[in-house]
Design a protein around this ligand. Structure first.
Ligand SMILES: [Zn+2]
Length: 244
């Protein structure tokens, strides 16, 4: 990350020193965005592990699933469990190969469990972004109409085929998947089939800090951060109360 930070820093300095008096607001905004990257980047070791006082490293190899080549997004989750220790213990048993890169306990303690260079299985099957945002082309609309009619009464097959269809698109035409996103879990239980408990203030503060640092480090925008419940077939309350 050192070389990248250095070149960004040089670009920021060049942009700042060469600003004419009539420079427009967009350039200033762009420059401050670049400076924010420089100022708040996570310190990472060569293995993609965060070396910061605020992050406790407890790697769980059982939930790391091969190289993560490109990161386009962050997905925020809630564990549906009462404690971080229970979640990590569950991940370590290997009975649940799904998991996430980071885990934020109720007191705000933040754990990194998987390297940023490794994939986690945390997203599952994604829904259609253009359908949800009502932005499908005619061709896309026709594909979904046909699939929905053909698979009436076979919901799980429709979910699977939609996921496969979406995966062939480039981000951000689709929602993020395991192959291009970082997962952050917040400890918290569901209340009913539509609701999760609201994250504690300490969790929210840690989430805000972590998201901001990851955005700066991985060159992501705030619009690249998603609630799991929005993009997949989940309890709609999951991470609904999370703020970043
Ligand atoms: Zn989730």
């Amino acid at each position: 990350m050192g070389g990248s930070a250095g070149s960004i820093r040089m670009a920021a300095v060049a942009a700042t020193t060469s600003l004419p008096s009539s420079c427009n607001r967009r350039l200033i905004s762009r420059t401050s965005w670049i400076l924010r990257w420089v100022i708040s980047m996570l310190t990472l070791d060569k293995q993609g592990v965060v070396r910061e006082a605020r992050v406790k490293v407890q790697l769980v190899p059982q939930i790391a699933h091969g190289p993560l080549q490109n990161v386009h997004a962050i997905v925020v989750h809630q564990t549906d469990s009462p404690t971080a220790s229970g979640t990590i213990a569950g991940w370590r048993t290997g009975n649940r190969p799904d998991g996430a890169h980071f885990l934020i306990d109720k007191d705000g303690t933040t754990y990194q469990c998987v390297s940023l260079q490794q994939k986690c299985w945390h997203v599952g099957k994604i829904v259609s972004r253009c359908l949800l945002e009502k932005s499908c082309s005619k061709t896309e609309s026709a594909w979904y109409d046909t699939a929905t009619k053909r698979l009436r009464g076979h919901f799980s097959t429709l979910v699977q085929e939609t996921h496969q269809h979406e995966k062939d698109k480039d981000y951000p035409d689709r929602y993020p998947v395991n192959e291009d996103s970082i997962g952050i879990e917040m400890v918290g239980n569901h209340i009913d089939d539509k609701t999760f408990e609201t994250p504690a203030a300490e969790q929210q503060a840690s989430l805000r800090w972590l998201v901001q640092e990851l955005e700066a480090t991985l060159h992501l925008l705030n619009t690249d951060v998603y609630r799991h419940s929005l993009i997949s077939h989940k309890n709609p309350g999951e991470a609904a109360g999370a703020q970043w």
